[in-house]
Design a protein around this ligand. Structure first.
Ligand code: NAP
Length: 257
């Protein structure tokens, strides 16, 4: 991969406004590979996103910010229309935005359950609906969903808590990605999942289980967000031209034991 791997392509990464998150690392790696990047996140992350855009432009990379709540169909339509007004259509969509809120299933409010499903599962569904028509017309594109090893293994429970909604959302995301990949395999649109293990980000820090997750990871450490971003770059690039409906696990061996 080099600075022209994604040259001439436009990539939007959801949930990429917060510095230190996986999304911000993906934006940096895609921009360094030559993509025009769109940082999409909630309005309160605008300042952080704009400072990322400034930093990227100092390296000569092209980056812009769009306000986007991934759970809002109206937001998706507005963002796609705004980009189209500037002559931009997406070649790469990275569905990265995700939330978690551990709670014992019997105590979890319906609102909380629906909020997690809306961001982690409905968000990618709406994103795919928004970008597929133009990707099909233009003969292809790459959609990458940030799943999780939580799609297939249950992370060690904290007494009284569980991540049931998170696990369910990430498992559902895997089948959403596979189904859309198969439906559009002949349109040149590839859809894949990157499934991280434990990554050192604000989300993981909030969970307070970093040391335990590190101990349970065969490689004995957490991932750096850039290690997830590099897997995304591979799937976004032509080097992955025959890869669709697949999951690339990036977990230091966590899910194998
Ligand atoms: P993060 O630092 O919390 O970043 C997630 C981003 O998504 C934040 O900027 C967040 O904004 C944003 N977001 C939340 N709701 C949104 C919405 N409705 N619309 C648009 N953006 C929204 O988390 P991360 O650790 O980088 O996680 C990124 C992805 O990797 C997630 O899908 C996560 O499930 C997955 N993942 C993470 C790990 C890990 O160990 N960190 C492991 C496996 C998978 P707010 O800050 O306002 O919430």
């Amino acid at each position: 991969m080099n600075s022209s791997t994604l040259s001439g392509r436009t990539a939007l990464v959801t949930g990429s406004g917060s510095s230190g998150g996986i999304g911000a690392a993906i934006v940096q790696v895609l921009a360094a590979a030559g993509a025009r990047v769109v940082i999409a996140d909630l309005p309160h992350l605008k300042a952080s996103a704009l400072s990322q855009c400034e930093a990227l432009s100092r390296y000569g990379y092209e980056a812009r910010f769009c306000e986007l709540d991934v759970g809002s169909q109206q937001d998706w339509e507005r963002v796609i229309a705004e980009l189209a007004q500037d002559g931009l259509e997406l070649d790469v969509l990275v569905c990265n935005a995700g939330i978690n809120s551990p709670s014992a299933p019997e105590n979890q409010s319906l609102d909380d359950w629906e909020r997690i499903l809306r961001v982690n599962l409905t968000g990618p569904f709406l994103g795919m609906q928004a970008v597929l028509p133009s990707m099909r017309v233009r003969g292809g594109g790459s959609i990458i969903c940030i799943g999780s090893v939580s799609a297939s293994v249950v992370t060690p429970p904290t007494p009284g808590l569980s991540n049931a909604a998170y696990h369910a959302s990430k498992a559902g995301l895997g089948m959403l990605a596979k189904t859309v990949a198969i439906n559009h395999a002949r349109d040149g649109v590839r859809v894949n999942v990157v499934a991280p293990g434990s990554v050192l980000t604000p989300m993981l820090a909030r969970g307070g289980k970093g040391a335990e997750l590190m101990a349970n990871t065969p490689m004995g450490r957490l991932a750096d967000p850039a290690e997830i971003a590099n897997a995304v770059l591979f799937l976004a690039s032509d080097a992955a031209s025959f890869i669709t409906a697949s999951t690339l696990t990036v977990d230091g061996g966590y899910s194998a034991v």
